[in-house]
Design a protein around this ligand. Structure first.
Ligand SMILES: NC(=O)c1ccc[n+]([C@@H]2O[C@H](COP(=O)([O-])OP(=O)(O)OC[C@H]3O[C@@H](n4cnc5c(N)ncnc54)[C@H](OP(=O)(O)O)[C@@H]3O)[C@@H](O)[C@H]2O)c1
Length: 246
């Protein structure tokens, strides 16, 4: 089996690569930085995991198209790369104190470009390369604003990504395809994305390794997850189910 994981150079993406690799899956390390991607390849190879680097920058569609041309067939496409907000030098990546009033339209555009449009381009470009029973797994988040959790740009971009996944799932079902697309919401995971402070949020903090294992198990099991949004405790977010499993 072969898996392409975007943003696999660090954080949850690297942990998914390790967990899938230990189960015998060959890993294509998608990363926008060649040096960081090659470092990850070295670390995986040192553990006996077959891995190679593929340049994928969600802001540069040429890298996505070039990668899709080079790759013959994929069993798993893991859309993991993502940003919580537009990156500004004067504030952390994920500032949970910001309110809707603090976001500019540019913040939303920059975040949507990576998490939604970049991921959409990945799915469109790699679908022809996906094995007949291949799976697309999006790493995502809950989109209901609460007082603890209301990052407008991040939630909006992932909401769009989730709707896209549901639409593809519906088409897979309607055309009798054995392909699957689903989302996994790993909950709070201590990574660079949140300055390793996710523990402050809601108490279900995981390490990247725990999240990677959880996601890899779902990617490899024999269940039909098409159209599901699966949260950190394994429960399915039923709001999304709509027509897919009806
Ligand atoms: N951490 C959490 O609590 C949590 C919870 C739920 C869902 N998630 C989701 O999990 C995914 C991974 O997050 P993480 O926590 O592991 O964060 P992370 O450690 O910051 O890793 C993010 C990865 O995405 C890559 N990336 C960012 N922008 C990119 C672009 N334009 N093109 C290609 N790659 C890009 C980064 O590459 P560089 O190293 O080059 O920046 C990095 O490899 C994200 O989609 C996030 O929304 C995270």
């Amino acid at each position: 089996m072969k898996a392409l994981i975007t943003g696999a150079n660090k954080g949850i993406g690297f942990a998914i690569a390790e967990a899938l690799g230990k189960s015998g899956v060959g890993i294509l390390v998608g990363a926008r930085s060649e040096s960081h991607g090659q470092e990850a390849v070295k670390k995986l190879s040192a553990q006996g995991i077959p891995a190679s680097f593929v340049k994928i920058d969600l802001n540069d569609f040429d890298t996505i198209h070039n990668a899709a041309e080079e790759i013959d067939q994929l069993d798993l496409l893991i859309n993991n790369a993502g940003i919580p907000d537009s990156h500004k030098a004067d504030r952390p990546d994920l500032d949970t104190k910001k309110t809707a009033f603090d976001y500019t339209t540019d913040d939303l555009r920059e975040t949507l470009e990576v998490n939604f449009l970049g991921t959409h381009e990945m799915i469109r470009s790699f679908l022809p390369k996906l094995a007949a029973n291949g799976k697309i797994v999006n790493i995502t988040i809950p989109i209901q604003p609460t007082n603890h959790w209301h990052p407008l740009a991040y939630q909006t971009s992932k909401a769009a990504q989730n709707v896209m996944a549901m639409n593809y799932a519906l088409e897979f079902k309607n055309t009798g395809s054995s392909k699957q697309i689903f989302g996994v919401m790993p909950g709070g995971v201590a990574t660079d994305l949140n300055g390793h402070t996710a523990g402050a949020m809601d108490g279900y903090i995981k390490s990247a390794e725990e999240a990677g294992e959880f996601i890899a198990q779902l990617a490899l099991d024999t269940e039909n997850h098409n159209g599901q949004m699966i949260q950190h405790d394994g429960k399915i977010v039923t709001d999304y189910e709509a027509q897919i499993h009806g």
